[in-house]
Ligand binder design. Structure first.
Ligand code: AMP
Length: 212
């Protein structure tokens, strides 16, 4: 089974994916994480992707679909950050049909202003990927991860200008996926304006019903 998590940047898809991985024994597949790893390794793909990612742009569909296809195997996956455009959703639909896969789609919602507040203050652990926030979820020791003592950093695209660009692209390119999946009767909306354990409980409830 694939779990497809939709929602704007900053609604908590990454945090929830990590909790869901543990709960349901699934594997998180984050296109953003895969691309950042390629950038760190200095690969051709990483160099190309960085030119789009720095300013909050989207990496072209053909590159993303080609990259992600290699990971879409028979594991139970949580897709975090893919699909992000109608073209990607159509490519995924073909793959799912071929594989005869069951899938669940959950869309986490949050107001734009709250997203900007969350992303501007976001810090991420370099080692385990846990997110903190300088206003809402401070680490116990400044700059240090509570979970693994790793170093916390701010993503280069979590600057206000890039955030605004990412949100604009979300509204023009990714939000239409809500209607795409709704018209296929395949979408559940989740209110992201709650603390992460409440959102998690809601997700677990919906997923548990769906997989029964
Ligand atoms: P994320 O970690 O999901 O916020 O993604 C970080 C950045 O990676 C995005 O702002 C895009 O530049 C790029 N990216 C991630 N996933 C995709 C995708 N499915 N399509 C295009 N670009 C993507």
């Amino acid at each position: 089974m694939y779990l497809i998590l939709l929602g704007a940047p900053g609604v908590g898809k990454g945090t929830q994916s990590k909790m869901l991985e543990e709960k349901f024994g699934m594997v998180q597949l984050s296109t953003g994480d895969i691309l950042r790893t390629e950038i760190t390794k200095g690969t051709e793909l990483g160099k190309l992707a960085a030119t789009y990612m720095e300013n909050g742009g989207l990496v072209p569909d053909d590159i993303i679909v080609n990259m992600i296809s290699k990971y879409l195997d028979d594991r139970d996956l949580i897709l975090d950050g893919f699909p992000r455009t109608l073209e990607q959703a159509e490519a995924l639909a073909l793959i799912l049909e071929k594989q005869n896969k069951k899938y669940i789609i959950l869309n986490i919602t949050l107001d734009d202003q709250l997203i900007v507040d969350r992303l501007c203050g976001r810090l991420i652990c370099r080692s385990c990927g846990t997110s903190f926030n300088i206003k809402f979820a401070k680490p116990k020791v400044e700059g240090v991860c509570d979970i693994c003592s790793g170093e916390l950093y701010q993503r280069p695209d979590d600057k206000e200008e890039s955030i605004i660009n990412r949100l604009k692209l979300y509204h023009s390119k990714t939000k239409p996926l809500i209607d795409f999946y709704r018209s296929r009767g395949k979408l559940t909306m989740i209110d992201g304006n709650r603390n992460s354990s409440e959102v998690f409980e809601n997700l677990v409830e919906v997923i548990t019903k769906e997989i029964k």
